[in-house]
Design a protein around this ligand. Structure first.
Ligand SMILES: Nc1ncnc2c1ncn2[C@@H]1O[C@H](COP(=O)(O)OP(=O)(O)O)[C@@H](O)[C@H]1O
Ligand SMILES: [Mg+2]
Ligand SMILES: [Zn+2]
Length: 414
C-alpha cells in the first residue's frame, strides 16, 4: 500500500540518474534535522530532476491553469469547496501538483489574503516535511483492487488530527477495477465532512457516468509553448545556467504541452551540455532539423531555384532526417509565414522572439495566396507519403511544385 508515505519516497523511483555537478551547494550544509530520512532526501535532492525540484507549491505558481486555480481559490475563500473533483488532462500538466496544493491550502491555519498557504504554520510544516497525514495518494494504476479501495475507505472515516480536511488523491482513477469502482461509489456519494476526493485521469472518456456526475470536473490545459519556455527560463536563471531563448523554445515545442516532459528534456540537455544551453546543442541532442533549412528552402523556392531545393533536401536526408518529418516541418514553417501576414493572427506564431523577425521578413516576400497554395502542395505530399512507393521522389516533386507556385499564380491572375 502506498498512501501515507512521504511523497518524495513515493516518487523516488522516477528520478533520473544523478548529474555530475551539484546544482545547489547550499543544501549540502543543511544541518542534520534529526530525522534521518529527510536528511538523506535533502541530500539526494541535489540530484533530483528539475521536475521534482520545481513542483509548484502555491496556486499562483501553477503554470497555465489559471482558470482552475482561480476557481479553487474562490471556492476555498467562500467555503464552498466541493468534496469530489475530477482532474482531467494529459500527463505532466499539473494535476497532482494542484491536488497537493489544494490539500495544503485548505488545511493551513493562517491562509494569506490571496488564498495561499502560509508555509509556516504547523500544518504547512507537516506538509513541507512530507509528514502530513492529511494527504493520501493512491496510484490506481498499481493499486486497483477492491482491497485497495476498502482500506482507503477505512481510512476515510478517521477524522484529521491536525487541520480540517483529509484529501485523497486517486491517480489514474480510470484504472480501478469495476468492483473497486462500485465499492468506492457509496463513499463518494456520502463522504464524511472532512474528506475531499480528487480523482485524476488522463483518460476522461473511460470514467463511468456515475462517477462523472458526482464530481466537479476540471479540464487541465496543455501548456502553451511560450509559457513553458518562460518557465524554463526562470528555472535556468535560478540554477545559474545560461540558456538561449531559442533553445528553450525548441525544448518547449518538443514537450508538446507537458511541462514535466519539458523539464526532463531540459535536464537531459543540461547533463549533455553543462551550464550553457544553446540552440545548437539542443537541436543536436534532440535530433531536430535546424529551422534554418526551412528558411533556405522557402527562399530558394521563391527564387524558383529547383537545383537548390533538391540539394538542400539531399543534405537533409543525408544527415539522417526523415523525409516525412521534413514535410511536416516545412508545412509548419509555411503555416507560420501565413499567420504573420496579418496582425490579428500574428500571436499564433509559436516561435521564440529572436526569430520572429526572420519569419515576418520572409513572409513579406510571399503573397498569402501563394503560401496557401504551398500548404496545399505539402498537405497532399503528407497524405500520400505513406502509400508512395518512391517517397524520395514524392518529396522532390512537392519541392519542385513549390518552386513554380509564383508562376502558376501569375498565369491565373495575370
Ligand atoms: N502547470 C504546471 N506548472 C508548473 N509546473 C508543472 C505544471 N505541470 C507540471 N509541472 C511540473 O511537472 C511535474 C509533474 O507535474 P504533476 O502535477 O505531477 O503532473 P500530472 O499530475 O498532471 O501528471 C511537477 O513536479 C512540475 O515540476
Ligand atoms: Mg499526476
Ligand atoms: Zn499554513
Amino acid at each position: 500500500m502506498n498512501y501515507g508515505l512521504h511523497p518524495t519516497v513515493l516518487s523516488w523511483k522516477y528520478t533520473s540518474e544523478p548529474t555530475e555537478f551539484s546544482r545547489n551547494e547550499r543544501s549540502y550544509q543543511q544541518p542534520f534535522t534529526g530525522r534521518k530520512i529527510s536528511f538523506i532526501f535533502a541530500r539526494m535532492s541535489e540530484f533530483v530532476v528539475s521536475a521534482r525540484k520545481y513542483r509548484p507549491q502555491t496556486f499562483d505558481t501553477v503554470v497555465g491553469q489559471q482558470s482552475i486555480t482561480a476557481t479553487l481559490k474562490n471556492a476555498i475563500r467562500s467555503d464552498h469547496l466541493a468534496q469530489a473533483f475530477l482532474f482531467c488532462g494529459s500527463r505532466g500538466v499539473g494535476k497532482t501538483s494542484t491536488a497537493r496544493i489544494l490539500a495544503k491550502t485548505i488545511n493551513c491555519f493562517n491562509r494569506t489574503e490571496s488564498v495561499e498557504a502560509c508555509d509556516a504554520c504547523e500544518s504547512c510544516e507537516s506538509f513541507n516535511s512530507g509528514a502530513s497525514l492529511n494527504v493520501y495518494e493512491l496510484d490506481a494504476a498499481s493499486n486497483n483492487s477492491v482491497e485497495d479501495i476498502r482500506s482507503l475507505i477505512d481510512q476515510v472515516r478517521i477524522a484529521p488530527q491536525l487541520g480540517t480536511h483529509k484529501v485523497y488523491i486517486i491517480d489514474e482513477v480510470h484504472m480501478l477495477s469495476t468492483a473497486a469502482f462500485n465499492a468506492f461509489l457509496k463513499t463518494l456519494e456520502e463522504p464524511p465532512k472532512h474528506a475531499i476526493f480528487i480523482l485524476a485521469t488522463t483518460e476522461k472518456h473511460k470514467i463511468i457516468p456515475t462517477i462523472l456526475s458526482r464530481c466537479q470536473i476540471f479540464d487541465f490545459n496543455r501548456i502553451k509553448v511560450k509559457d513553458i519556455a518562460d518557465h524554463l527560463m526562470r528555472i535556468a536563471r535560478e540554477e545559474g545556467i545560461s540558456a538561449e531563448g531559442e533553445a528553450l523554445h525548441v525544448i518547449a515545442q518538443k514537450a508538446d504541452g507537458a511541462l514535466r516532459d519539458a523539464l526532463s528534456i531540459f535536464d537531459q540537455i543540461v547533463t549533455f551540455s553543462g551550464n550553457s544551453i544553446t540552440y545548437q546543442n539542443v537541436i543536436d541532442n534532440l535530433n531536430i532539423l535546424d529551422y534554418d533549412y526551412y528558411f533556405r528552402i522557402v527562399e530558394s523556392a521563391r527564387k524558383e531555384d529547383i537545383p537548390a531545393v533538391l540539394l538542400l533536401l539531399n543534405d537533409i536526408v543525408e544527415r539522417g532526417f526523415d523525409a516525412h518529418n521534413f514535410i511536416v516541418g516545412l508545412s509548419a514553417h509555411y503555416r507560420n509565414l501565413l499567420v504573420c501576414k496579418d496582425v490579428r493572427t500574428a500571436p499564433l506564431l509559436e516561435v521564440s522572439e529572436s526569430i520572429q523577425d526572420r519569419f515576418i521578413e520572409q513572409s513579406k516576400a510571399i503573397p498569402a495566396d501563394q503560401l496557401i497554395r504551398a500548404l496545399g502542395v505539402l498537405s497532399k505530399a503528407d497524405v500520400e507519403y505513406k502509400a508512395s512507393k518512391n517517397q524520395r521522389l514524392l518529396v522532390e516533386m512537392a519541392l519542385m511544385q513549390l518552386c513554380s507556385i509564383a508562376k502558376e499564380s501569375e498565369k491565373k491572375n495575370p
